[in-house]
Design a protein around this ligand. Structure first.
Ligand code: AMP
Ligand code: ZN
Length: 493
């Protein structure tokens, strides 16, 4: 294997990646807090995690990586907004209904961006994890690093900082730390290093779990930081290999995760590699829900932009650099993607073999801390080279295992239509292609196009018998019809 180098926030260095176990790499990604639509800034962090997972698999083999992602379905924000949306429902029910809705949108976005589904998805409110969180809180208290105050349990930061390092991921100024001051909020600034909450005592109108802590009844709910420590350990053990998230999570979230696991799991270094993606910015400011400067995947779709153009844009920049978002940059990325699709189509259908020299170059760039912008430059070189004639297709499809731009799908797709009748256009290739040609009756594709449009109309009118007959006719012409939630997709057999 070529050596893989990753920038580790813990050591502030690019380091060679050495897994704990040869046969399984454990990777945990802080998943979304499902209280709203994910914005494309959030989604940058999942595209990054996806590229990381794909790169690990590209190097080591599919089955070697266990990717865990959590869904934060209980915290301050989910509780607050579920009460607003469903004021008449009992709080637990409101929370569950509310978070499920946004979680569904999240997975749709992930699909649109071709982010692989994690191997394990953990929901913080799952009873198994709640029990794990409670056990972790108990461990911390039993070791003398946690204390109860007015029904809540807090982590004693001063005591921890005396015996361990607090401030592994960012430089913390402990001089300003006031012992005994506490913070209940899940998110706070680094200027406020304080004891943070592990378990929040019950407040009226909030969802509640019973908790018996050494005989003391503490009904309440978990703090945000304890959720990730417990879910990570339950699925991957302690220590495990890699933890990812956006840079804003370094403090307090990840710093507190480390402190909790060090004490509660007796594990001096709970995670070996911490990787953080830089932010997506708008006019120099971080894209964020609270700044009201965000766009979603649906905003992209509404403008007719293929969401994979955003993935392409992220690949061009690389995860470690701040990226300023503009529609012009996204449109340019979409042009780049369309151009790539056309180039791939022009390679014909003979696959050939993966060119080892190009593969080596591509891998070398990826293995340099996921340098995707340089890896994309290798793709450009491939299309300039003579290799492309015989082995171009096999090579680019191999690269796409990591790039995830759906090149194989695009190659197979001859036509696609969407379910709204206005968009059954005369496009001769997929909806994301740049070439739109009007077919004439004598063109060989004319009949096919006519049948597809007729079938779309039949489906729009729920006339399934006719739609089935039309499918048969299309298939007789040598095409396969697939009905997807976005409409029909037609492939050459
Ligand atoms: P949240 O759903 O708020 O917990 O955030 C989900 C992920 O998105 C976290 O890893 C954040 O660090 C990340 N994130 C939030 N805002 C941005 C942004 N503007 N650019 C990149 N990542 C972000
Ligand atoms: Zn987390």
């Amino acid at each position: 294997m070529n050596k893989l180098f990753l920038y580790n926030t813990l050591t502030r260095k690019k380091e060679e990646f050495r897994p704990i176990k040869d046969n399984e790499i454990g990777l945990y990604t802080c998943g979304p807090t499902v209280y709203n639509y994910a914005h494309i800034g959030n989604l940058r962090s999942y595209i990054f995690a996806d590229i990381l997972v794909r790169t690990l698999r590209y190097n080591l083999g599919e089955e070697k990586v266990k990717w865990v992602m959590n869904i934060t379905d209980v915290d301050d924000k989910t509780i607050r907004d579920s009460k607003i949306k469903y004021p008449d429902l009992p709080s637990m029910e409101a929370l569950q209904k509310f978070t499920k809705e946004y979680e569904e949108y999240f997975w749709q976005d992930m699909q649109s961006l071709n982010v692989k589904t994690p191997d394990i998805i953990t929901h913080a409110t799952d009873q198994k994890y709640i029990a794990g969180m409670q056990e972790l809180v108990k461990n911390i208290v039993d070791k003398g690093y946690g204390y109860i105050k007015e029904g809540s349990v807090y982590f004693d930061v001063q005591k921890f900082a005396k015996n361990h390092k607090y401030g592994n991921l960012i430089n913390l100024d402990m001089a300003g730390f006031k012992a005994g001051t506490r913070v209940d909020a899940d998110e706070y600034e680094k200027e406020n290093v304080q004891d943070f909450v592990l378990w929040k005592g019950y407040k009226e109108g909030e969802p509640v779990w019973e908790f018996d802590l050494n005989g003391e009844k503490l009904p309440g709910r978990p703090g945000w930081h304890i959720e990730c420590s417990a879910m990570g350990e339950l699925e991957l053990g302690c220590p495990f290999d890699i933890h990812t998230g956006g840079i804003d999570l370094k403090f307090p979230h990840h710093e507190n995760e480390i402190a909790q696991s060090v004490v509660g799991y007796n594990c001096e270094q709970p995670i070996n590699y911490w990787l953080h993606n830089e932010h997506l910015l708008v006019d120099g400011q971080r894209m964020g829900k609270r700044f009201k400067n965000f766009y979603t995947v649906n905003d992209l779709k509404a403008k007719g932009i293929n969401p994979l153009a955003y993935r392409y844009l992220c690949l061009q920049t690389g995860y470690g650099k701040p990226m300023n978002f503009t529609w012009d940059a996204l449109r340019a990325a979409e042009d780049g993607l369309k151009h790539l699709y056309n180039q791939v189509r022009e390679l014909g259908r003979e696959r050939g073999e993966v060119d080892s020299r190009f593969k080596e170059k591509f891998k070398e760039e990826l293995n340099d801390d996921l340098n995707t912008s340089q890896a994309m430059a290798v793709v450009k070189d491939l299309f300039k080279s003579r290799i492309k004639r015989d082995n171009g297709l096999a090579t680019i499809l191999d690269f796409d295992k990591v790039l995830g731009l759906n090149l194989y799908e695009e190659l197979r797709t001859t036509y696609s239509t969407t379910s709204t009748s206005t968009s059954t256009s005369t496009s001769t290739s997929s909806s994301s292609s740049s070439t739109t040609t009007t077919l004439q009756p004598e063109d060989p594709g004319f009949k096919l196009k006519e049948l597809i449009e007729k079938r779309q109309k039949a489906r729009d009118h729920k006339n399934f018998e006719e739609s089935d007959q039309l499918r048969d006719e299309i298939e007789k012409l040598g095409y396969v019809v697939e009905d997807t939630k976005d409409g029909q997709r037609i492939y050459k057999k």
